[in-house]
Design a protein around this ligand. Structure first.
Ligand SMILES: Cc1ncc(COP(=O)(O)O)c(C=O)c1O
Length: 458
């Protein structure tokens, strides 16, 4: 079989991608039964002889595109899923063509430079001091793992223990304080670090899901406190100012899980929520949520660069190529070989600018309020104070709410998942995609009312 030219296959891919993005808004959010059935066509034995690239692309598009969940379309409100701004998709295409290994500055000067620039812009945007270091990882889970590894390093080295060399066996004991609302990925990071997901001290939360500071134990230099900027149900923030002050006085470490909420620092209208966040010691956030860059993209920031560097250190003679000038990316990340994630982050930051990022934050929260107002005007109960982009709605009993979610998901105009909030079953709406418009919200409210009443909304 004749191998298609590189030019031909890349052109074909871009045309197919463009037409996917043009049509994705008008199709069902979920894959149709027919699309799901066609996936079986992919399940054949590995061919003896390879298939031409244009044919590979054809199969991928014709069978694959209809079997996607239309998260790019603007009416997907499950989990906390961002979209990908067109400029970031385009930057990602170019970066993929470059095929850079972002491990070292000498394996990719451009990737390292865009990381430098993006980190500087992020520090400025978030109001963090110059010395804050960072790394580009696969998501907020890895960002929390990396931030908490830095915390473990810092606290144990102050106690005279080299945890990277000796491990945690025989180490002085650390305590980890989390709220009852801690995200599961923080617990997973603690378990991976040998700090134990069940050894945490759980602090109760208030009706908005915020850690109750008065119920926190006394802090000391052996304590890591994990707080949230953006509760995954309510969108609310733990009171960072008070917690960071107490931690600073006691020599404790504060780690912020700000997977989406950290970006609220970019908009002064959210100052009441974000107060004190910049005083923490480490922060985890996602690029692929509120910044709307393609997967997978997370960012970890650590106040004291030396802590991050020590926690991520690795040495091997054959890797020590070239004189180290400036920040060497692999010295700050858990991974070695890595795609150049900083490219898309840089592209998004440059394209949006400070105003555009602030407006994106505003847009998500404005549309969430539109959901809350619209649904409550139809008589449905909103269970949270809509302070950010998350809305919890009840359609009556648990069974009634679950039935609405099931029927909404089956219809495919929009997609929302379920949750349990303070003992009540709720439908959870998360707005995080640049592509979502007021019309999308109206159409989705109509679909929700249809699902709840079995008749069109008037
Ligand atoms: C508050 C919070 N923390 C952590 C995560 C995990 O992020 P990721 O899936 O990017 O690792 C999420 C994901 O929704 C989240 O909402």
């Amino acid at each position: 079989m004749e191998e298609s030219s590189a030019h031909g296959v890349l052109q074909d891919a871009s045309e197919r991608a463009i037409s996917y993005l043009q049509s994705v808004k008008n199709r069902s959010v979920i894959a149709s039964p027919e699309a799901m059935r066609r996936l079986d066509e992919l399940r054949h034995a590995l061919p003896q002889k390879g298939v031409d690239s244009i044919e590979v692309l054809r199969r991928l598009d014709e069978i694959g595109s209809p079997a996607t969940v239309a998260t790019a379309g603007g009416r997907y409100f499950g989990l906390v899923m961002g979209g990908a701004l067109p400029v970031t998709v385009a930057a990602s295409w170019l970066a993929t063509a470059w095929d850079q290994n972002a491990c070292f500055r000498w394996t990719s000067p451009i990737a390292a430079t865009l990381e430098d620039v993006s980190l500087q812009w992020l520090r400025d945007l978030f109001g963090m001091p110059e010395g804050v270091a960072g790394a580009f990882v696969s998501g907020a889970s890895m960002a929390s793992l990396t931030g908490l590894a830095s915390a473990r390093h810092a606290l144990l080295s102050r106690l005279g223990w080299d945890v990277e060399a000796k491990g945690i066996y025989g180490a002085p004991e650390l305590r980890v304080v989390v709220s009852e609302e801690v995200h599961v990925t923080v617990l997973k990071a603690l378990s991976l670090l040998g700090l134990g997901r069940e050894r945490v001290i759980l602090v109760p939360t208030d009706r908005r899901g915020r850690l109750k500071v008065d119920s926190m134990p006394a802090l000391d230099g052996r304590t890591i406190v994990c707080i949230q900027a953006g509760n995954v149900n309510t969108g609310d923030f733990d009171p960072a100012a008070e917690i960071c002050l107490r931690a600073r006085q006691a020599g404790a470490w504060v780690h912020v899980d700000g997977a989406f909420g950290l970006w609220a620092l970019a908009n002064r209208n959210f100052d009441v929520l974000t107060a004190g966040l910049a005083e923490a010691d480490s922060w985890a956030t996602d690029g692929h949520k509120w910044l709307n860059v393609p997967y997978d993209s997370g960012i970890v920031l650590v106040r004291n660069a030396a802590d991050l560097r020590a926690a991520m250190s690795a040495n091997a003679a054959y890797l020590a190529e070239g004189a180290e000038e400036g920040r060497e990316p692999s010295h700050y990340t858990p991974e070695s070989s890595r795609r150049a994630r900083g490219v898309e982050i840089w592209a998004a930051l440059l394209h949006l600018g400070r105003d555009g990022i602030a407006e994106l934050v505003e847009q998500f929260c404005r549309l969430a309020r539109q959901f809350a107002d619209g649904l409550s005007s139809h008589g449905y109960e909103i269970l949270n104070d809509v302070v950010l982009n998350q809305v919890l709605v009840s359609f009556g009993s648990s069974e009634a709410t679950r039935a609405v979610i099931d029927s909404l998901q089956a219809e495919g105009v929009c997609w929302c998942g379920g949750t349990s909030w303070q003992g009540r079953t709720a439908m959870r709406i998360s707005v995080a995609n640049w592509a979502t418009t007021e019309t999308d919200v109206d159409l989705s409210i109509q679909a929700m009312v249809r699902a709840a009443t079995g008749s069109p909304c008037v």
